[in-house]
Design a protein around this ligand. Sequence first.
Ligand SMILES: Nc1ncnc2c1ncn2[C@@H]1O[C@H](COP(=O)(O)OP(=O)(O)O)[C@@H](O)[C@H]1O
Ligand SMILES: O=P(O)(O)OC[C@H]1O[C@](O)(COP(=O)(O)O)[C@@H](O)[C@@H]1O
Ligand SMILES: [Mg+2]
Length: 485
Amino acid sequence: MGLSSDDDTQMKVVNGDAGYVLEDVPHLSDYIEDLPTYPNPLRSNPAYAVVKQYFVDMDDTVAQKVVVHKDGPRGTHFRRAGPRQKVYFESDEVHACIVTCGGLCPGLNTVIREIVCGLYHMYGVTKILGIDGGYRGFYSKNTITLNPKIVNDIHKRGGTILGTSRGGHDTSKIVDSIQDRGINQVYIIGGDGTQKGAAVIYEEIRRRGLKVAVAGIPKTIDNDIPVIDKSFGFDTAVEEAQRAINAAHVEAESVENGIGVVKLMGRFSGFIAMHATLASRDVDCCLIPESPFYLEGKGGLYEYIEKRLKENGHMVIVIAEGAGQDLFTKSLQSMSQQDASGNKLLQDVGLWISHGIKDHFVKQQKMAINLKYIDPTYMIRAIPSNASDNVYCTLLAHSTLHGAMAGFTGFTVGPVNGRHAYIPFKRVTEKQNNVVITDRMWARLLSSTNQPSFLSSKDVAKAKEEEEPPTQLLDRENCNDGKTV
Ligand SMILES: Nc1ncnc2c1ncn2[C@@H]1O[C@H](COP(=O)(O)OP(=O)(O)O)[C@@H](O)[C@H]1O
Ligand SMILES: O=P(O)(O)OC[C@H]1O[C@](O)(COP(=O)(O)O)[C@@H](O)[C@@H]1O
Ligand SMILES: [Mg+2]
């Protein structure tokens, strides 16, 4: 095995036999010499001591791709998450903090709860601070003391007890605050923007030579974070979206030529819309940002609506908020408007398409329609996480704190092919996870709704060219959208 020689401080690439590559995460000992280690207190914990092979082997890694060919390279691996025999912090030395940034997501409170309880009960850590209101809270607000009693019931509530915000990432002020407060473990929960912010915080801490572990926990309702199988809260959101789709269906089927339009979240990726549609089976058309569509003429949306109403008397349309933005924002100024974090602000596509459909059928004078528009966007993310997300959030929190206690830093955590791994920040921030419309999952959706693909044969060939990897199995990202299934 050989360590690559580049001086990247965010990823340590180790090459092994047969094309094995380990994209390892940084460790405090990479830049601080002679750090003392201590036996993991879990060795004497009555609950965990009895578990056979509770500790993760030093050499355990997780493969990014599990579908392989006999003669293919072993490919990229990440360090397996979990408790180590030795830790780099003594219990009473740890001063941890937790911050939540970006949009809300079901499960945020569960992750907070489990970090607090995990640190307390597994590692005997008692000094834990909550940072109020996202990154800016480090330097502009008071902190919140956290302990198991305070967080006991919070997983039953939506939102985040710590508050959140967009914008306000000032690296030196944040690191000054970490240093001044004597914080040595920083748990940062948030999406792609947050993880980029966490990466620069880690870089600055390393530059200052501080013994501070920086750990990211990926959060996004949109499920657009690459590498990990799925982001927490996504399942809950898809489940909650069913209620809106059911309502749209009931309304639509109760009247003549009823149309139910439901707008769901998904700024650049249509995972929520796609999964909610597949789960429901009542949806006749799903529109997502990755799949361009058009309204007028042959093969367009209006033609399909007319056909579907004639066949079935009613229909349901699910539209992701980022779908079709190019169709109607060109003339509008707000196209270039951004939120405090620099994310593009979107027009209300649901309202726009509802008006468009109504106008079209009024002008046509062929058939009278009855359209109901349902916008549950914030309702699907402001709720508490469901049972399976709660368990997922618990494991994520545990994986993260085991990593920080073991001295890893500059990492984010998540399941890769079902096994939790420590992933370099770069890998989760360099691109976004999108629905691939030339993949099987989208084909399943098209076949379940019977909607047009809105693509000409030329478009299909082009899309295939763009998406198709040179070798089908090994060069494609593993992904939670079922595309490798
Ligand atoms: N490139 C970046 N570098 C540093 N901080 C960033 C960057 N992008 C976003 N942030 C910060 O991360 C936080 C959350 O980002 P945002 O895009 O709103 O949500 P999310 O993390 O869910 O994507 C904000 O406080 C923002 O200032
Ligand atoms: O919370 P805001 O600022 O209204 O933003 C809404 C956006 O947040 C999201 O829910 C998730 O975005 P983040 O992952 O960046 O938090 C998007 O789906 C949506 O476009
Ligand atoms: Mg984001």
